[in-house]
Design a protein around this ligand. Structure first.
Ligand code: HEC
Ligand code: HEC
Length: 285
């Protein structure tokens, strides 16, 4: 985890970040908070937000959003959210109870967009998910996964499924961009639209698969409602275009019905209830 020298986490800083994350005064109309679209029970995503992304282990990310159009530190990403996405009216935050929290976190009660972003970044660094049944298995508990989940895991880490190359490491993402063959026409879409490089057309950020059973709908445009549909796509729905990732088989990996069910079972074992019910991450009010 990268923590910049000028923003070490403190108890008061995390408390302020958590407050702001849940505070509707962050939006100029005073009607929505980050948590309106990033709900803890859905691993900080929302079933109602079609193109949403969850907030899971973002402390290890340096590029944000589906097409990675924002690159930088978590602090910079949060500042972008505050200034450009929410266009927060700081006057709304200049109230005694929040000024006291700014004072505790930063030494003076002054409310600035940068301070709000720094506090939000400190809170983001506490959104760590590492207590799923899959983690218990990796930590040596052989009984943590069922037979079906174990078969699904083997497929996930095999050269037939190829999943682990991109959904890599314990983060279950390589934090890079790939075209997995969803569409027949990808010109000027995805990463390519950001970089202007045609060879990156149709590439999107690899989402983490942690808590993936809770983060429907799936893909950058929310086209799939269930994990069964996603796995069926990888099995037989892959479409060829020039920028298709070389790890992906044209036409799909051709998995049997049982293999598909096993993969879906494995994906369910990545849910982390400690994370989605942790009282330290919930609405403080
Ligand atoms: C109206 C719904 C909504 C609200 C409110 C909202 N977000 Fe999001 N958030 C989204 C969507 C949709 C995406 C994905 C957008 C994309 O990639 O183009 C996203 C993506 C993100 C990401 C990138 C995650 C990643 O994996 O790259 C971060 C960080 C983020 N939001 C932070 C925040 C913060 C902080 C707030 C409050 C200041 C907030 N969001 C409020 C809908 C929302
Ligand atoms: C070449 C890299 C790569 C490989 C191999 C790969 N994925 Fe993905 N995966 C991605 C990317 C990139 C996305 C997002 C694509 C998009 O939205 O357009 C994705 C999306 C997903 C999603 C949807 C997650 C969400 O939050 O929307 C699931 C589930 C998934 N992959 C599971 C798998 C499984 C299971 C395998 C193996 C059969 C696999 N992936 C193989 C890169 C890969």
């Amino acid at each position: 985890m990268f923590v910049p020298e000028d923003n070490p986490s403190t108890r008061a800083g995390v408390a302020l970040g958590r407050q702001l994350y849940y505070d509707v005064r962050m939006s100029p109309e005073g009607q929505r908070a980050c948590a309106s679209c990033h709900l803890q029970e859905y691993a900080f995503s929302s079933p109602a937000v079609r193109r949403g992304l969850p907030h899971i282990n973002l402390a290890w990310s340096t590029s944000f959003l589906w097409d990675g159009r924002f690159e930088g530190t978590l602090e910079e990403a949060m500042l972008m959210e505050v200034e450009e996405f929410f266009v927060t009216d700081l006057e709304r935050l200049r109230v005694p109870e929040l000024e006291r929290m700014f004072d505790a976190a930063f030494g003076t009660p002054e409310v600035t967009a940068e301070r709000a972003a720094y506090a939000l970044a400190q809170f983001q660094r506490t959104l760590v998910s590492d207590d799923s049944r899959f983690d218990h298995y990796l930590d040596g508990d052989d009984s943590a996964l069922s037979e079906s989940e174990l078969r699904g895991m083997s497929l996930f880490y095999s050269e037939r499924g190829e999943c682990f190359h991109c959904h890599a490491t314990r983060l279950l993402t390589d934090n890079r961009f790939h075209n997995i063959g969803l569409d027949a026409e990808v010109t000027g879409t995805g990463r390519g639209a950001v970089t202007g490089q045609a060879r990156e057309d149709g590439q999107w950020k690899t989402p983490t698969l942690r808590n993936v059973a809770l983060t429907a709908p799936y893909m950058h445009d929310g086209r799939f409602q269930t994990l069964e549909e996603v796995v069926e796509f990888y099995s037989e729905g892959v479409v060829y275009t020039d920028t298709l990732d070389t790890l992906i088989t044209i036409g799909g990996f051709r998995l049997s019905a049982r293999e598909q069910a096993d993969l879906v079972a494995f994906l369910h074992s990545l849910s982390d209830e400690t994370f989605t019910t942790d009282p330290n991450l919930s609405d403080p009010n």
